[in-house]
Design a binder for this molecule. Structure first.
Ligand code: ADP
Ligand code: MG
Length: 345
């Protein structure tokens, strides 16, 4: 008779690598975490350089508060964070990161270098990390205030994950979308994205407006058909702001930018419902551009979702979606009237 194989505990290094590969699935994923860290650090300028779709190099430079010299030794350990102290904080947390997992994960599946300078230090410090540990000593180096995170050879030790990825061109496309969306949502922050040795593909100025950034990124054909959208609801404690195209504009593929509590997320239910409102107004098989920033009481969103689960669910989802749909409908009706008026004039 065949005997079962003995159950063995996996090696810790293997466990870490598997877990990290779950958190960081592709370059665009890693970049999103890094952008959120830079925003948390109050940066007003975030510049990104990429080589080979982010697989060879993914580098982000910000002008934020920086990392304290004494924190360098633990910054990449799992569950180390400057943002969350108590379990209760999970309910009120307003910063993006909250579990101290991103840098740790990246250090398990890539070569990670951090250069950072706070306002108080005379110079910057440089450190390299592997498997969440600082390797070597801190090296003083020249630098301005802020942080530069360099990720090289992503998934060098995970061939399966690497092979599952799309072409560098497609990975770069995903990276571009992440940068563009964050640039629109955070119009006060200047964003830049380029391939190493080439010119910028995305470039937004500091202190811009959302509308100007939409025009810059998606073009004036969309920008000139935008209606400002806002809605506030007390009973369900939510607030929405954004820009949606009027019925004059339509495109083959629905462009939907959704931020919930300032985090770029997906919500298929909301997306479908909004698309549906437009079906009465747009030609068959065509869709709008919609950018929405939804703010919910942090108690009502499950912030504790896994970083890869971009799909978000929230409390009173159905009612809130219905209220948003009704408000979109009202907006479209209004703009439709003015369009009729306009064409008759
Ligand atoms: P989290 O964001 O959940 O705290 P991360 O692993 O993303 O976890 O980051 C760990 C810590 O490293 C952060 O809490 C923060 O203190 C520091 N950090 C990371 N990136 C930056 C940055 N760009 N500027 C300043 N501090 C940073
Ligand atoms: Mg983070």
């Amino acid at each position: 008779m065949e005997q079962p194989l003995k159950i063995k505990k996996l090696d810790e290094a293997v466990v870490n690598k598997i877990a990290a590969g779950e958190v960081i699935q592709r370059p665009a994923n890693a970049l999103k975490e890094l952008i959120e860290n830079s925003l948390d650090a109050k940066s007003t300028n975030i510049q990104i350089v990429v080589k080979n779709g982010g697989l060879k190099l993914l580098q982000i430079t910000d002008n934020g508060t920086g990392i304290r010299k004494e924190d360098f030794s633990i910054v990449c350990e799992r569950f180390t964070t400057s943002k969350l102290r108590e379990f209760e904080d999970l309910n009120t947390i307003s910063t993006y990161g909250f579990r101290g997992e991103a840098l740790a994960s990246i250090s398990h599946v890539a070569h990670l270098t951090i250069v950072s300078k706070t306002a108080d230090e005379k110079c910057a410090f440089r450190a390299k990390y592997e498997d969440s540990k600082l390797i070597d000593t801190l090296k003083p180096t020249a630098g301005t205030q802020g942080t530069q995170i360099t990720i090289e050879d992503l998934f060098y030790n995970m061939n399966i994950r690497k092979r599952a990825l799309r072409s560098p061109a497609e990975e770069y496309q995903k990276i571009t979308e992440v940068v563009e969306k964050y640039a629109i949502h955070n119009a006060n922050v200047g964003f830049g994205l380029r391939k190493q040795g080439e010119n910028n593909d995305v470039k937004t100025p500091c202190n811009s407006t959302k509308l100007d950034n939409i025009r810059l990124i998606y073009g004036h054909i969309i920008a000139r058909e935008l209606i400002e959208f806002s809605l506030e609801n007390d009973p369900y404690k939510f607030k929405v702001q954004g820009y949606i195209t009027n019925p004059n504009y339509s495109t083959k593929k629905f462009i939907f930018l959704l931020f919930i509590n300032h985090r770029l997320v997906e919500c298929q239910a909301l997306k479908k419902c909004i698309d549906q409102v437009y079906t009465t107004y747009l030609p068959k098989n065509s869709h709008p551009f919609v950018y929405l920033s939804l703010e919910l009481d942090p108690k009502n969103v499950d912030v504790n979702v896994h970083p890869t689960k971009h799909e978000v669910h929230f409390f009173n989802e159905e009612q809130i979606i219905e209220l948003i749909m009704a408000a979109v409908e009202t907006k479209l009706l209004g703009s439709n009237n003015s369009r009729v008026f306009y064409t008759q004039a």
